[in-house]
Every structure is written in C-alpha cells, then in structure tokens.
Design a protein around this ligand. Structure first.
Ligand code: PRP
Ligand code: URA
Length: 208
C-alpha cells in the first residue's frame, strides 16, 4: 500500500484555515492555495531520487548531488491549477502536463475532456495535483490516463479529502503515495467534502 501522509504543520494548518473561511475572497484564496502548494512540495520532495555528478566550482572540481529523474506536475483542471505556481516555485525545472476533468453534478461521475503531457512523461515522477478529493472519481480517472501512457511513478498531491475518496483511490491504485493537508470528515449528500472549503474551482476563478 502506498503512503498516506497528512501534513501536520502549523503554517499549513493556519493557511488552510484561511481558505476554508467562506469570507476569504478570490485574491487571497488563490495566493494562499499556492503558498500551501509550495509548503507541501518542500515536504513531499524529501525522498526524490538523487544521482552524483561532477561540476566545477570557481575553486575546484567537486562531486555534487542532482535530481535523478525529471519531475512533471499534472494539475487536474480546473482546481489543480491553483497549486501549480507554488509547487513550481520549488521545482522550476518541472514540466507541466494538464488533464481536464469535470464531475457530473447529478451522478458525481467524472468525465475527461482534455489531456496533454510533456514528452518523456512515462519516465518522469508525476505529481498529480487536485486540491479536492471527494468521491475520488476524478483522481482515479486521471491516474488511469497516466497509466495508459505508461507512467510508473505517480504521487498524488491533494489538499482536502474525504475518507470515502481516499479509500477508493487506495483500493484501485495501492502503489500511489498520497499527500494531503487535511483528511476531512465525510461527503455530504450532494458529494461535497465536509467541512471542506466549498467549490474550489469556483472560488479560485470567481465563477460563482
Ligand atoms: C472538482 C474538484 C475535483 C473534483 C473532486 O472539480 O476540483 O477535481 O471535483 O470530486 P471527485 O473526487 O468526486 O471526482 P469539478 O468537477 O467541480 O471541476 P472544476 O474544477 O472545473 O470546477
Ligand atoms: N469539488 C470541490 O470543489 N469541492 C468539494 O467539496 C467536492 C468536489
């Protein structure tokens, strides 16, 4: 079974309290979501594979450690976009793929409408980003799309999740490590995370 890591960090908790607050407007919501993305990226990249390389400092030749694999950030549209800048600020060489998903509001069934990944994605470490994991349907469909392209190392970066969604993802894709800022109580009867933060895409882009 992959790891489930829920960050316990005072800065992440504090920033989460800001975006959970319904009175937080679009500008702050966007800024703080990215800040959390950056903090989570720092923690989640601790175990990235490294390799040795030789470089020349202004003084002499020396052995250094560099990242051994390419990193590709794949946000699930739309809400995943809200964490990309924060993560990219720590990994500026990471390429970015995109996968578009929407949930049918009645059935809660996910539908894919767009996918574009960088060349060589199959040999990269993919950070799949979606701040909201409710039923888990969107994430599972995105993981399947990545697996279809032969991606072997997928790490899921969420923000807030419902236990129902996490259970479904772990059962379907037990090798995927999952990183969260909070595991919430449950889903409500219209498929929203409780207490959650409402509709992340709408709050991020001002569409409601
Ligand atoms: C939201 C959210 C997740 C998905 C989670 O997207 O951003 O991708 O729902 O729900 P699930 O775990 O039950 O699949 P939505 O479909 O509202 O699209 P949007 O981001 O474009 O608003
Ligand atoms: N998508 C969201 O944006 N919020 C939820 O609570 C569930 C799905």
């Amino acid at each position: 079974m992959g790891k489930l890591i829920i960050y316990k960090h005072p800065l992440i908790d504090h920033k989460l309290s800001i975006i959970r607050d319904k009175n937080t407007g679009m500008k702050d919501f966007k800024a703080v979501l990215n800040e959390i993305g950056g903090l989570m990226a720092y923690e989640m990249t601790r175990d990235l594979p490294q390799k040795e390389a030789m470089i020349e400092t202004p003084i002499c030749e020396t052995k250094v450690k560099v990242l051994a694999k390419e990193i590709v950030i794949v946000p699930i549209l739309r809400a995943g976009i809200g964490m990309v800048d924060g993560i990219s600020s720590l990994i500026p060489t990471a390429k970015v793929g995109h996968i578009g998903m929407y949930r049918d509001e009645e059935t809660l069934q996910a539908h894919e409408y767009y996918a574009k990944f960088p060349k060589g994605v199959e040999d990269s470490i993919v950070l799949l980003v979606d701040p909201m994991i409710a039923t888990g349907g969107s994430v599972m469909m995105a993981i399947e799309a990545l697996k279809k392209r032969h991606v072997k190392d997928i790490r899921l970066v969420g923000l807030v999740a419902a236990p129902e969604g996490i259970k479904a993802i772990q059962e379907a894709h037990p090798e995927v490590d999952i990183y969260l800022a909070a595991l919430d109580e449950k889903l409500n009867d219209v498929g929203y995370i409780v207490p959650g933060l409402g509709d992340c895409g709408d709050r991020l882009f001002g569409t409601k």
